[in-house]
Design a binder for this molecule. Structure first.
Ligand SMILES: [Zn+2]
Length: 257
């Protein structure tokens, strides 16, 4: 019987996550300078590819367009984080949301026009026609209306913000959860990866500041420790941008039907 259990374990490992134990997606939000100055050099030094959720209005898309284009040419995903990053201002802790960009004041037409405008902008930057989306602040609705319904065909997947490590067959491709990182140590980040390896799940990291640049921050040493652990375990962990992982999940889930 032990042999049969062994065969099943191998079968599970070879049919999910490109034959590896889990998938890890590194995502970086809001087009910060530190993405270009700290995160991308660290990723590139190890040959790891990540996803960057960019809002069209972000200053770095103007001032550092060449750097973003170089990142895309080097295999990183430039992904859609809307044009103006609207969030629901009525929720607790949302004092930073101005009335002009309060999702409560938006129409579906307005948000979907802005999302499509951002896709056109990103296409002008990288020439790509497929990408993923991330909900600003994780807010998926205008009042009771889930706006993704109008733009699902424009994206392979969308990332939310609920912390979870789902198995491949249970992932909601249009609200993929993630772990928002703020102040964790390298050991704590690596512990999350080990959990995903044990459970054979998807694990998505969400970073804002990397070595500064945002009030939600990961230190450079913690970020570096995580990346080195991923690189050292590349044979067992599939590390790829959200687009590639989401396409794989979509194929897998379609195959199950
Ligand atoms: Zn954001």
């Amino acid at each position: 019987m032990a042999g049969i259990v062994g065969v099943n374990a191998i079968a599970q490992n070879t049919t999910t996550w490109q034959g590896r134990q889990c998938a890890v997606v590194l995502t970086y939000d809001d087009a910060l300078n530190v993405d270009l100055d700290n995160a991308i050099p660290a990723l590139d030094s190890l040959g790891l590819k990540a996803t960057f959720y960019l809002s069209g209005y972000s200053g770095t898309l103007d001032t550092r367009l060449k750097d973003w284009r170089a990142a895309a040419a080097n295999g990183h995903e430039l992904a859609n984080h809307t044009l103006f990053h609207p969030c629901t201002g009525s929720l607790p802790g949302r004092g930073f949301v101005t009335s002009d960009y309060d999702l409560d004041n938006y129409s579906v037409r307005k948000i979907t026009d802005e999302i499509r405008m951002t896709n056109a902008f990103l296409k002008a930057m990288d020439g790509k026609t497929e990408r993923t989306f991330a909900y600003p602040c994780g807010d998926t609705k205008i009042h009771d209306t889930a706006y993704i319904e109008w733009v699902k065909n424009d994206f392979v997947a969308a990332r939310g913000t609920q912390p979870e490590m789902p198995a491949i067959d249970t992932i909601d491709l249009y609200n993929i959860g993630c772990y928002a990182i703020n102040g964790q140590t390298g050991a704590e980040l690596i512990a999350l990866v080990k959990q995903a390896m044990e459970k054979h799940t998807l694990l998505v990291f969400l970073f804002h500041g990397v070595g500064g640049g945002h009030s939600l921050n990961v230190s450079l040493p913690a970020h570096s420790e995580l990346l080195h652990f991923l690189k050292q375990n590349e044979k067992n962990i599939w590390i790829a941008p959200m687009l590639q992982v989401a396409e794989y999940i979509k194929q897998f889930q379609t195959g199950l039907k």
